[in-house]
Design a protein around this ligand. Structure first.
Ligand SMILES: CC(C)(COP(=O)(O)OP(=O)(O)OC[C@H]1O[C@@H](n2cnc3c(N)ncnc32)[C@H](O)[C@@H]1OP(=O)(O)O)[C@@H](O)C(=O)NCCC(=O)NCCS
Length: 176
């Protein structure tokens, strides 16, 4: 297995159009439909990085600030930010475009976590990620803290062990 792979090699861009069947009674895209597209675009990025079957382990909080209207074109971009042992964090950005009005806005940013598994569904090791731009480096560095937060929230990590996460709040200094 390759020891490291460039982050950009996992990039996926997916384009969809909001059709009547995708909308709520206000003619805006249903949140669940958008989450489905996000899950798919992120899973493909995780597969490209690991060359494995992947399963969704976590989706960080997604807020719905801007409605996406019927007829809008939705572009989703995903990329693996960092890999740990068997898990990978994937960053997703979503844009909604009203082509006749010539307007395109960034509507969502989110992080999903995928785990590479073998044919029996057991977690399996994945290559490390090598960031090569300032944005990829920032995402790579933040990924460790975000992982610690989600492992604490899912009761998989004791907050005491989240050294990098604690350091941003200066919790240890306050006690000195
Ligand atoms: C995800 C899954 C494979 C983890 O299996 P597990 O037996 O808990 O395995 P482990 O404890 O060895 O954890 C494996 C990795 O998952 C990560 N993980 C597990 N739960 C996590 C969570 N809630 N958030 C973030 N990472 C998580 C662990 O940190 C670990 O990462 P690492 O190998 O990079 O250190 C297993 O829980 C599963 O199959 N879940 C269902 C997945 C699924 O069906 N998804 C679709 C949603 S319906």
């Amino acid at each position: 297995m390759a020891k490291k792979k460039l982050a950009r090699l996992s990039e996926v861009i997916m384009t969809e159009m909001v059709l009547p069947n995708d909308t709520n009674t206000l003619n805006n895209l249903m949140g669940g439909k958008l989450m489905h597209w996000m899950d798919v675009v992120a899973a493909i990025a995780a597969q490209k990085h690991s060359n494995r079957i992947v399963v969704t382990a976590a989706a960080d909080s997604i807020s719905f600030k801007h409605p996406i209207a019927l007829g809008n074109v939705v572009t989703l971009k995903s990329r693996v930010t960092r890999a740990f042992n068997s898990s990978m964090e994937v960053f997703i950005e979503v844009w909604a475009e009203d082509i006749p009005a010539n307007k395109k806005i960034l509507t969502h940013r989110a992080f999903f976590t995928f785990v590479a598994v073998d044919q029996n569904g057991r977690p399996i090791e994945v290559p490390e990620v090598e960031p090569s731009t300032p944005e990829e480096t920032e995402l790579f560095e933040g990924a460790l803290r975000r992982r610690q937060l989600r492992l604490i929230l899912s009761k998989r990590m004791d907050p005491k062990d989240a050294v990098e996460l604690r350091s941003i709040f200066d919790l240890d200094k306050e006690k000195e």
